[in-house]
Design a binder for this molecule. Structure first.
Ligand code: NAP
Length: 184
């Protein structure tokens, strides 16, 4: 399966406030439409338990929830649940999306960290300029350690594409980072 990450970040590379809520500065209609279309195209949405609980699955999308409470990979009433310490990612994705396709990884931080190690094929990083979220949740743990999100992606083998304007009024822009392919 193809692994595609998606996040919108503030000036200081945060994805949410400390309490897990998403502040208004990160809510942008153009980015939301892009994000929803990407989820519509995906065979499965992969997200952490907090994000799953905070965001009701109104469109009844196929979700794979990452949690230490799961036994391996298991089907629950609301979603597939997966414990990465007990089951390989390939097995979990095959259970959740047997026909293959795109796995859209939507965070939060620990889930983004996990897939940095497992390997993103692309990471869609949108930026909402003009505001920081002090003490917020960083998109990657490396940001807490002083790196920018761009530096974290580059250090994990991803290469930035062009910066595309999503919303000229709000100044929201999107960069798609892609895994660098080895030369034949
Ligand atoms: N701006 C954005 O683009 C964006 C993106 C994503 C999320 N968000 C927001 O950020 C908020 C909070 O995100 P968050 O980082 O605090 O939480 P989160 O990633 O949604 O959930 C964290 C939980 O996921 C489980 N988990 C994650 N990685 C795991 C691993 N490797 N192994 C086992 N379990 C793992 C754990 O659940 P257990 O405690 O059950 O073990 C952990 O407590 C969300 O509510 C969402 O609204 C914003």
């Amino acid at each position: 399966m193809a692994i595609h990450g998606h996040a919108i970040v503030s000036d200081d590379d945060h994805i949410a406030a400390a309490d897990g809520t998403v502040p208004a500065v990160l809510r942008n209609a153009a980015d939301w439409a892009r994000f929803q279309a990407a989820l519509d195209d995906a065979a499965v949405t992969v997200l952490g338990r907090n994000g799953h609980e905070a965001n009701p699955n109104r469109k009844r999308r196929n979700r794979l929830v990452v949690s230490s409470s799961a036994r391996g990979v298991e089907r629950r009433e609301d979603a597939w649940w997966w414990n990465p310490a007990q089951m390989a990612v390939e097995t979990a994705l095959t259970c959740a999306a047997p026909a293959g396709g795109i796995a859209a990884v939507v965070g939060g931080r620990q889930v983004f960290d996990l897939f940095l190690r497992l390997g993103f094929d692309t990471f869609h990083l949108a930026r909402a300029p003009g505001a920081a979220i002090p003490d917020g949740i960083a998109v990657f743990s490396g940001v807490r350690d002083g790196l920018s999100a761009d530096e974290v992606l580059a250090r994990n083998g991803l290469v930035a594409g062009p910066s595309v304007e999503l919303d000229p009024v709000a100044g929201v822009r999107l960069v798609i980072w892609r895994r660098e392919r080895a030369q034949p």
